[in-house]
Ligand binder design. Structure first.
Ligand SMILES: [Mg+2]
Length: 198
């Protein structure tokens, strides 16, 4: 079997980061209790909430450090089905959270060949240093998705309220709603790689 190189983001794809973020937000701003996931309709949370970027950074930091994260449904099951492939996990979390992040992947037994931190770079640029050819990447940040689509053959946008407004006019992105769809898309991709028999 030919191994595929599959890139996977963590937050918003494997891990339900936003639910914990909302819990910390409610603790920090108890008077503003009505925040729901579907309100976060842009990647820029500060613009959704009307607060300073520094406050969002602090909330994200506290969430990352102290959050009790749940998996996004099916992520562990499907990634384990895909574990014969090369799975590169690539996150925008700061490098200082490497240990915490590795523990989280360990806790949920998420198989991976490598855990990569993008630092201040775009994910595509960091990935290409690991591997010149990426088949598939699963990501929820639309700006990263668009950049990844320069060279990754199939970019799967994990649908979330903050990315669900891209018109995809170049047709290079593919929205997915859950991990079973991701598995189907990867099976389709593999199928299309097979040399056709006459
Ligand atoms: Mg993400």
């Amino acid at each position: 079997m030919e191994k595929l190189n599959i890139g996977v983001d963590i937050d918003g794809v494997i891990i339900d980061f936003i639910s914990e973020f909302i819990r910390f937000y409610h603790k920090r701003y108890p008077r503003y209790k009505k925040l729901k996931k579907e309100h976060i309709c842009r990647h820029s949370i500060e613009s959704v909430l009307g607060i300073f970027a520094e406050e969002v950074t602090e909330l994200i930091e506290n969430t990352t450090l102290y959050g009790d994260f749940k998996l996004i449904d099916g992520a562990d099951r499907v990634l384990n089905e895909l574990s014969d492939h090369n799975i590169y996990i690539c996150t925008s979390r700061p490098e200082r959270h490497r240990e915490k992040t590795a523990q989280l992947l360990e806790k949920y037994q998420i198989p991976h060949k490598k855990l990569i931190f993008r630092g201040n770079n775009k994910k595509l640029d960091v990935l290409l240093k690991e591997m010149p050819r990426f088949d598939i990447f699963i990501e929820d940040n639309i700006a990263e998705c668009i950049h990844l689509s320069k060279l990754v053959k199939r970019v799967l946008v994990f649908r979330q309220p903050w990315n669900d407004n891209c018109l995809n006019v170049r047709g290079t992105l593919q929205y997915v709603d859950n991990w079973d769809q991701i598995r189907d898309e990867i099976n389709n991709y593999k199928h299309n790689l097979l040399p056709s028999l006459l």
